[in-house]
Unconditional design. Structure first.
Length: 384
């Protein structure tokens, strides 16, 4: 009887997604959910709508690969820092200038890696570096966007920029902290960020559909792979529908590989990563360093009252995208393209929600689906 009630309640998840598609909030979605209960594993999958609307219509599948946007921050960059801390190559309270000497300019010696990971460094949250590079292209007639020189310029501008508040005085979510962290990973490991993540995270964890898409001389992923990917925005300054190349403008300007955005993955790979986090946190696996993982998933209190862990968000009472039912000991993150991951560390509940909400959708479309879906999943799994 209980299983039939759960199945019936989970049907509300599909209906909520279909309603959002009908209202043109999203073209499609893949939602995977999992939670153990009374000795059995409850699971749900919703695969709805279209992965590509233009230039052709392709259906969403469970194997569709999404531009994860800012899910890059916890899955790739923060986990890379975790491994380097485990290796003894860096400490979380080391000054950033220890690894990027130019970072010491403009009174930033007090900024630590922990500040970057909690968005409390004092760096500006965002700057339109792609516009700076576009202007250079117009003036010089030379290609800048997506080149190694552009990547170096963006990192240099971040590293040498000033602070808008004292380190630890406020937590203001943004991208520049993680652009700097990506540069730290590369400086310490002597590898590109994508190569380090592939060797230390994705390959060992069996995440075969998780990768960055370096732009190189081309405009994105090769054709067979591209047809497995969800498209994103019809971009006015790139003058095309983005399909198989990163949406984030600064990550694109940096050549597709950056600490704040650029990662692509399937829903099953994101779920696989989440399950590893749970297994390590509960002592069932050593796939990641357990003590450090617990530190990375703990609220840091920088400043006091901040909800940020290290690279991870935690639920904000009453306003969280996780909805109403994820416990305070949960971690998660969102991506601008319409992606999210929430993990309840205590209840071992996971919801992976990947959508292509910026593809052929009105700019002012309201996107309020994430907490709705999270609540519907949890209410179904908790049904009597």
């Amino acid at each position: 009887m209980r299983r039939s009630v759960i199945r019936r309640k989970l049907g509300r998840v599909d209906r909520a997604i279909d309603k959002a598609i009908a209202a043109a909030q999203i073209p499609g979605a893949v939602v995977l959910a999992r939670m153990p209960r009374e000795g059995e594993l409850l699971e749900h999958a919703s695969v709805r709508g279209l992965a590509v609307v233009r230039p052709e219509r392709l259906p969403m599948t469970r194997e569709t690969i999404f531009d994860l946007a800012s899910l890059t921050k916890p899955i790739a960059t923060a986990t890379a820092v975790l491994w380097l801390a485990h290796d003894g190559a860096l400490g979380l309270d080391d000054p950033v200038s220890k690894f990027l000497p130019a970072f010491s300019e403009r009174d930033k010696d007090g900024v630590t890696l922990r500040h970057l990971l909690t968005h409390s460094s004092g760096l500006k949250p965002w700057r339109a570096f792609h516009e700076l590079l576009l202007e250079r292209e117009r003036k010089t007639g030379e290609r800048w966007l997506g080149t190694p020189a552009a990547r170096e310029l963006v990192i240099d501008r971040v590293v040498r920029s000033g602070l808008v508040h004292e380190p630890g005085a406020a937590a203001v979510y943004g991208d520049l902290d993680f652009i700097a962290l990506g540069a730290v990973v590369e400086a310490v490991s002597h590898q590109t960020l994508d190569a380090f993540c592939r060797e230390r995270i994705f390959r060992p964890l069996g995440m075969g559909d998780t990768f960055f898409v370096p732009l190189g001389e081309g405009a994105g992923a090769p054709e067979p792979l591209r047809r497995r990917m969800a498209a994103t925005e019809n971009c006015p300054w790139r003058e095309r529908v983005l399909w198989g190349e990163v949406h984030d403008p600064n990550a694109w300007a940096m050549g597709g590989v950056a600490g704040h955005a650029g990662l692509f993955a399937s829903a099953d790979d994101v779920m696989r990563f989440a399950q590893v986090v749970l297994d390590v946190w509960h002592g069932r696996s050593d796939a990641l360093p357990a003590e450090l993982l617990r530190e990375f998933t703990r609220r840091q209190g920088l400043p006091q009252g901040s909800d940020w862990a290290l690279g991870w968000d935690t639920p904000t009472q009453g306003t969280s995208s996780s909805g109403q039912h994820f416990s305070p000991s949960s971690v998660g993150h969102l991506g601008f393209t319409g992606t999210s991951l929430w993990i309840d560390l205590e209840r071992e509940a996971v919801v992976v929600m990947l959508t292509n909400r910026v593809h052929q959708v009105a700019k002012r479309s309201r996107f309020e689906l994430r907490p709705v879906v999270h609540d519907l999943v949890r209410e179904a799994f908790d049904a009597e």
